[in-house]
Design a protein around this ligand. Structure first.
Ligand code: NDP
Length: 459
């Protein structure tokens, strides 16, 4: 790449530098709207920061960080239950390995494109850095839709996907995990095929079953971690989670375990959703009802509307839950599920704090509105980092051939989320003493990776 295109005259303002940087990024990555959005959200904080710290600017660190180390795209052919040939596209974006092996999940969803995976891999750079662990960033997946497929079809797809991916990953090179559409079942099929092809049993994937190298707490870690970070933020403001009414979106891995931890800490989660709509259970989702949801979503693979039929509460088809009055909100489904209007509803309904369980669930305009208001807002790269943190702990356990106890892992997760909170406070403090967690997470995540890249010279 010709870096001369990035050269800016010394006398420009941070605002002009941001415009110029974003124009260049959009020119080089046409049609990748989610990637542009994710980079812009970070660059708004980093460009002014590097303006005042020219060592990063002169070395073009942000330009290097927004260019993946490599992207791999491949054909995935498989045979469905009717014997028909099906063709999907597979990807792995190896974004940045300055501070450790590439690490980040695999997403199987029809909306997957290269731009979506580049946004996720870019976010992962900052998130993984914030955990304080030795993990670089990556993301991958396919436009394959597991919904409505039989177990055998999912198995054949996973085998075919791994047949290509196997040569690109390794326990010291790149360690994928789950994400939307990739849960325990898919990780087991992928790991089984990797083991067979490589004739080795190594920690090359995380989120594995407990009988074959998985870690306790991994399944729970993203949702639990988001609630721990929320707790840290509330405590910092003299508040507590107990007794608070919470909105949760999604009904998958992250939503289920955020809801579980909210119940355990005495909060009242009242909503869950999926791509069909949301349920509102005003008396609070109980432990028993949550167990029913886990069975519905993880075993029967049904729709959240069935909750309303089973327990006699409201189901709002085609809608998102952000118009319901609440104290706390946990978007845990997917990107761009909170827009300006949703953000306005949350603020005007008196919501105290939002912690993003999902990646980039709020649009950049919604994030700006949250940060301009008194609402306490934690971006996904801080709030959902618990999942990848425990994945890194799974890698450590695999490398040492040991399995740690649940209480030890949960303590580590709590400690990591607390440390993330402290980094956000360090870099995100406003003049009035309030915390801009977006800026704090962006700058803290940037500095560690940037310093490693500087140390390597021009790589
Ligand atoms: P799951 O596949 O387990 O669940 C995803 C949930 O989100 C489902 O309820 C799904 O509904 C809903 N959803 C997906 N797409 C849409 C859409 N376009 N509109 C409305 N609802 C949608 O995924 P996870 O819980 O693992 O992931 C959720 C989010 O958390 C993602 O943003 C992911 O990147 C992020 N994340 C996950 C981590 C993990 O450890 N799993 C770690 C860090 C972040 P439906 O079934 O109808 O599609």
């Amino acid at each position: 790449m010709d870096t001369r295109m990035f050269k800016v005259p010394a006398a420009t303002t941070p605002g002009e530098e941001l415009d110029r940087f974003m124009a260049g990024l959009k020119r080089r990555n046409p049609g990748e709207a989610e990637f542009h959005q994710a980079v812009e959200e970070v660059a708004k904080d980093i460009v002014p920061f590097i303006h005042n710290n020219p060592v990063y600017k002169d070395a073009y660190i942000l330009e290097r960080m927004t260019e993946p180390d490599r992207t791999i795209m491949f054909r995935v052919c498989w045979e469905d239950d009717q014997g028909r040939v099906r063709v999907n596209r597979g990807y792995r974006v190896q974004m940045n390995n300055a501070i450790g092996p590439y690490k980040g999940g695999l997403r199987f969803h029809p909306s997957v494109t290269l731009g979506v995976l580049k946004f996720l891999a870019f976010e992962q750079t900052f998130k993984n850095s914030l955990t304080g662990l030795q993990i670089g960033s990556g993301k991958g997946g396919s436009d394959f839709n597991p919904k409505g497929k039989s177990d055998r079809e999912v198995m054949r797809f996973c085998y075919s996907f791994m047949t290509e991916l196997e040569r690109h990953i390794g326990e010291d090179t790149d360690v994928p995990a789950g994400d939307i559409g990739v849960g325990a079942r898919e990780i087991a099929y992928l790991f089984g095929q990797h083991k067979r092809m490589s004739n080795s049993f190594t920690g090359v994937l995380t989120g594995k079953g407990l009988s074959f190298g998985g870690s306790l707490i991994r399944m729970e870690a993203t949702g639990y971690g988001a609630v721990y970070l929320m707790n840290n933020m509330l405590e910092h403001n003299g508040e507590s989670i107990e007794g608070k009414t919470a909105l949760v979106s999604g009904a998958g891995n992250v939503a289920q375990y955020a809801t579980e931890k909210l119940i355990e800490l005495g909060a009242k989660p009242v909503t869950l959703s999926d791509s069909g709509g949301f349920i509102h259970d005003p008396d609070g989702i109980t432990r028993e009802r949550l167990e029913w949801v886990k069975e519905l979503k993880n075993v029967r693979r049904g729709r959240i509307s069935e909750y309303a039929d089973e327990f006699g509460c409201e189901y709002h088809e085609g809608l998102r839950p952000w118009g319901i009055k609440c104290d706390l909100a946990f978007p845990c489904a997917t990107q761009n599920e909170i827009d300006m209007e949703d953000a306005r509803s949350l603020i005007s309904n008196g919501c105290l704090a939002v912690a993003e369980g999902a990646n980039m669930p709020s649009t950049n305009e919604a994030v700006d509105l949250f940060n301009e208001s008194k609402l306490i807002f934690a971006p996904g790269k801080a709030a959902n980092a618990g999942g990848v943190a425990v994945s890194a702990l799974e890698m450590s356990q695999n490398a040492s051939r040991l399995a740690w106890e649940e209480a030890h892992l949960d303590d580590q997760l709590k400690g990591i989320m607390k440390e993330i909170h402290e980094q956000c406070v360090q870099y995100g403090k406003n003049e009035d003493g309030s915390i801009n967690y977006t800026r704090g997470a962006n700058i803290a995540g940037f500095v560690k990776v940037a310093d490693a890249m500087l140390a390597y010279g021009i790589i």
